[in-house]
Design a protein around this ligand. Structure first.
Ligand code: NAD
Ligand code: UD1
Length: 339
């Protein structure tokens, strides 16, 4: 049985390809490589000893999707393809709405034409409103009030997919709200390879550790948290990838539309992360305390119970694994895939 993975050459997509291939699925990838390298797919082949089929193309290319659905027997689609940088989305809202909404619309239209019923979609914790109590719970916490265009694209895609599934009872859509994916495959062969200066905490720390950046700025130490720094729910990317395997199984066995958080439910502060990474790499991470980053919340973490109950999904890796695996990837590939 083949699974089509849009954006499969990217950070989460490549790790998900590994888990699917190791579980015996056939994998077909479409990616325009706008934020990734084809080398990541060679590494996926190297890790698994299995082949996958790659189409270098844009998901908005409807004719190409038609060709892919004709040439392969696709049972389920995992839709990762999209633009994801919050700051860039504020500067380039048109490109974000255009890419993120149209990839989804074109894909779902092609799925309908070829009677493909099951879809797993990459959403984000960013769809939750900023006014909720923690932890965030799928069917209780409020969504909307997004603070940037990227967040709105995820929110709008969720609404579109829910409406489309409601109108056609044969469909099965699973919307996954990721918390903070970090780490890398334990082989050190694939990992996160951000373009330019990283915006997110763990890739920033790992580039400080490897000497590409001088020091970390800790954005605020006066939050109402135990050590004053921001608290998040970091999830190892391999656990996250395994969550997709569970979601595919669920989508193939059910109908309708379900939303799941994918997080650990374990809050972790910036300074805890700095300490854990220092231990993993065996050196101190230089940092300075800087002003709060506009738009940041003090504390964000998930209630992971629904995914545990309905998908049978439980994370297996802890903060130590996240830091050790991220460091292995970064130190073996200091310039990412462009070595
Ligand atoms: P990524 O940028 O590494 O992967 C996305 C992939 O999609 C890239 O390989 C890119 O080349 C491809 N792509 C983008 N637009 C495309 C298009 N029009 N046609 C074909 N390919 C296209 O990002 P990631 O971290 O792996 O994230 C995957 C998905 O998960 C994204 O939708 C992202 O918004 C979502 N997400 C990510 C995070 C995170 O922190 N990494 C958190 C929440 C949600
Ligand atoms: C980011 C995204 C959000 C996405 C989420 C999950 C931004 C602005 N938001 O949020 O849309 O859903 O990831 O992947 O990119 N920090 C520092 N110094 C740094 C970088 C970060 O102190 O150089 C702190 C932040 O203030 C925060 C924590 O580290 O407290 C985590 O930041 P980050 O990795 O950017 O994730 P989110 O803020 O959760």
């Amino acid at each position: 049985m083949s699974i089509l993975i849009t954006g499969g050459a990217g950070f989460i997509g490549s790790h998900t390809c590994v888990e699917l291939l190791q579980a015996g699925y056939e994998v077909v990838v479409i990616d325009n490589l706008s934020n990734s390298h084809e080398a990541s797919l060679d590494r996926v082949r190297q890790i698994t000893g299995r082949d996958l089929r790659f189409y270098k193309a844009d998901v908005r290319d409807e004719a190409m999707l038609g060709r892919i659905f004709t040439e392969n027997h696709i049972e389920c689609v995992i839709h990762f393809a999209g633009l994801k940088a919050v700051g860039e989305s504020v500067r380039m809202p048109l490109e974000y709405y255009e890419n993120n909404l149209n990839t989804t619309l074109t894909l779902v239209r092609a799925m309908r034409a070829f009677s493909v019923k099951a879809l797993v979609f990459s959403s984000s914790a960013t769809v939750y409103s900023s006014t909720n109590a923690m932890p965030l719970t799928e069917d209780v916490s409020r969504t909307g009030d997004c603070s940037n265009p990227y967040g709105w694209t995820k929110y709008m895609q969720e609404v579109m997919l829910q409406d489309i599934a409601r109108a056609d009872e044969s469909l099965s859509f699973v919307l996954l709200r990721y918390f903070n994916p970090v780490g890398a495959h334990q082989s050190g062969l694939i990992g996160e390879d951000p373009q330019g200066i990283p915006n997110n905490l763990m890739p920033y720390i790992s580039q400080v550790a490897v000497g590409r950046l001088e020091r970390l700025s800790v954005f605020g130490d006066d939050y109402p948290t135990p050590d004053g720094t921001g608290v998040r729910d970091y999830i190892h990317v391999v656990d996250l990838a395994r969550g997709h395997l569970k979601a595919v199984e669920y989508a193939l066995g059910h109908r309708g539309c379900e939303v799941f958080n994918l997080g650990t439910g374990r809050p972790c502060s910036v300074l805890e992360m700095v300490r854990a990474f220092s231990e993993a790499c065996g050196k101190q991470i230089p940092y300075v305390i800087a002003p709060r980053r506009p738009g940041d919340l003090p504390v964000v973490y998930s209630n992971p119970d629904k995914a545990r109950r309905m998908l049978g999904f439980e994370t297996q890796k802890d903060l130590k694994d996240m830091c050790a695996d991220c460091w292995r990837w970064q130190s073996l590939n200091p310039r990412g895939f462009s070595e």
